[in-house]
Design a protein. Structure first.
Length: 576
């Protein structure tokens, strides 16, 4: 690695840039500022690319999407003070999503600390609760060692992966520094250590799984590198399968184990639930006996947060998920599955029928009383453009709920367990840059679009070939529906204007159209994909009640996220 031109001495900034390049980081997301200017300059002069954004929160969201799509760590770089505080929401989202992400923050020079310096704030204490590690490096001689440590924390090493924060005072960036030999980095392996689980646990897991009559396997983020072994386990046992937003695409929607349209029934009737790299969060009723009344649990994960949260397993397998699935399958290969085939086949048949009915319903969904199209009509047309390599991103309340149950992309990102609205545009920009050969489409509500709409400008400036589809219903419709149904129609703060987002997009340099009729969507999408970055502003009705609105999610029940689960939880509590 050569020194940048006009650099006679290597300094701390050049050392940071060198370490990033050794991690095969070609692209960093950030917003300019004096505290990080030395790194910015060094990285770009070494051939790295900095995608300059309009808000630091979006730099983190983009780094998040890069990590999800490319499997490497995502990197964002922001200046001190408000640069770091603006990034907090993005870091909290990555923390909840368990995404390996590095945030590099500027910090005031050491001689000015505590003296009322420009943009000074206690950044370490601010970031520590929502990162795997937050470190301030004031000793140039420890910079490389601390950097390696913090990257290892981001990837997991016996823990869940997640974001990390490193701040380096600007004066330290100017100090002389010498990178270690490239050889020192060879073979170190920054990703999580592959470890084999205890043989007794693996044997007990196989016995439990092959003896179950109504088993269901539920995957999560920790299973993302276990596609083949997970599919082999399903094939061998005949267990039913439910995915979640963390792991969509690992198992084909045509696989005979997939029963996502019967999620509630499967959870009620299963006698064994196998979580594979999956936390028992709100999407799984926290593992409550009220939601899984008949089930034992088998937990498989490579860290305790995916193994012992919420509800303990009869058997808990701590080890690399891929290795564990392979080992369990090997142990069970000569066993005869005790699965109730009639039960499994009946649920699969109902799943196929219900999925078919939904597709037919989408194609003919009637407009609302306002004459505007149903969201299902929009998604019916859009689905024709979601090929096997397409990357789909959903963002919002109502529209995300419609997307989640009706579209079946192999590569999918959304607002996540944190419910972080506003990720759609930055995720899409990063997707278009990270995967330029793939079709990238963002479906976003108009409310969610407004959070980070100026990043449309970033898409244009960096030529991110992404198509944004705005489901414009002039409001925060999941909350508006709740106000209509539960608050005697007192609509306050949940309606927006039917703003012309196509005109806004055109003013920022995108190709854009406004669409009123379902018959015009297909041709509009053709033009959008051919001229991306592009935006379609599609007017949809407020009268459509989304699945999440119907389930009571917006009303926030006391014990469980969904009304039906909450009723079951209350009954269980009263019974006890």
């Amino acid at each position: 690695m050569s020194l940048p031109k006009n650099k006679s001495v290597c300094d701390g900034a050049f050392l940071v840039a060198t370490l990033l390049r050794r991690l095969n980081i070609d692209r960093v997301y950030g917003l300019q500022g004096g505290h990080i200017q030395p790194i910015w300059d060094a990285l770009t002069r070494m051939g790295g690319k900095v995608v300059d954004v309009r808000d630091e929160r979006c730099a983190v969201h983009m780094a998040h999407a890069e990590a999800e799509l490319n499997g490497n760590i995502g990197v964002a770089m922001v200046t001190a003070g408000p640069g770091v505080t603006n990034a907090v929401t993005g870091i909290a989202n990555a923390h909840k999503a368990r995404v390996p992400l590095l945030l590099i923050g500027g910090a005031v020079p050491r001689p000015q600390e505590g003296a009322g310096a420009l943009q000074e704030v206690n950044q370490i204490d601010l970031l520590r609760p929502i990162t795997r590690a937050a470190v301030s490096i004031g000793n140039i001689n420890r910079l490389e060692q601390e950097f390696f440590f913090i990257i290892s924390k981001a990837f997991g090493f016996g823990e869940a992966p997640g974001p990390v924060f490193i701040q380096i005072p600007t004066d330290v960036l100017r100090l002389p520094a010498t990178p270690s030999s490239q050889d020192k980095w060879e073979g170190l392996g920054l990703h999580n250590v592959r470890q084999t689980a205890n043989d007794n646990c693996l044997t007990a897991a196989a016995a439990l799984l092959w003896s179950a009559k109504r088993p269901v396997i539920i995957s999560g983020r920790g299973a993302k590198e276990s596609r083949q072994s997970l599919n082999e386990l399903l094939d061998a046992t005949g267990a039913l399968y439910l995915d979640t937003q963390e792991s969509r695409g690992l198992v084909s929607y045509n696989h005979p184990s997939v029963v996502g349209a019967l999620r509630g029934a499967v959870m009620r009737e299963a006698d064994l639930v196998v979580t594979v790299g999956r936390k028992l969060d709100y999407q799984l009723g926290y593992g409550s006996p009220a939601v899984f009344p008949k089930a034992k649990f088998l937990r498989i994960g490579d860290n305790l947060s995916e193994l012992r949260d919420g509800r303990r397993g009869e058997v808990e397998v701590l080890g690399t998920v891929d290795l564990s699935c392979k080992a369990i399958n090997k142990i069970g290969k000569d066993k005869v599955s005790k699965i109730d085939t009639n039960w499994a086949q009946e649920l699969r048949s109902k799943h196929v029928s219900r999925s078919k009915d939904l597709k037919e319903k989408m194609a003919v969904a009637e407009p609302g009383n306002d004459g505007l199209m149903h969201p299902y009509r929009l998604l019916h047309e859009l689905e024709k453009y979601i090929d096997s390599d397409a990357i789909m991103i959903a963002d919002g309340g109502d529209i995300l709920s419609f997307c989640r149950i009706s579209l079946t992309p192999n590569k999918y990102l959304d607002s996540g367990v944190f419910g972080c609205l506003g990720v759609g545009v930055p995720f899409g920009v990063a997707g278009g840059l990270a995967c330029p050969e793939n079709r990238v489409v963002v479906v976003t509500g108009d409310g969610s679009l407004g959070f980070n709409v100026m990043e449309l400008d970033t898409a244009v400036r960096h030529n991110s070939r992404v198509v944004f589809v705005v489901a414009n219903n002039g409001g925060w419709n999941i909350e508006r529906t709740d106000q209509v149904q539960r608050y005697d129609g007192r609509i306050e703060g949940s309606q927006l204007r039917f703003t012309d987002y196509a005109a806004l997009a055109r003013s920022l340099g995108l190709y854009a159209e406004r669409v009123y009729n379902p018959e015009d969507i297909s041709a509009g999408l053709e033009r959008a994909f051919n001229r991306s970055p592009a935006l379609l502003d599609v007017l949809v009705t407020r009268d459509a009640i989304s699945p999440d609105a119907s389930s009571g999610l917006a009303s926030v029940p006391d014990f469980q996220p969904l009304t039906s689960w909450d009723h079951a939880e209350v009954e269980l509590i009263n019974k006890d």
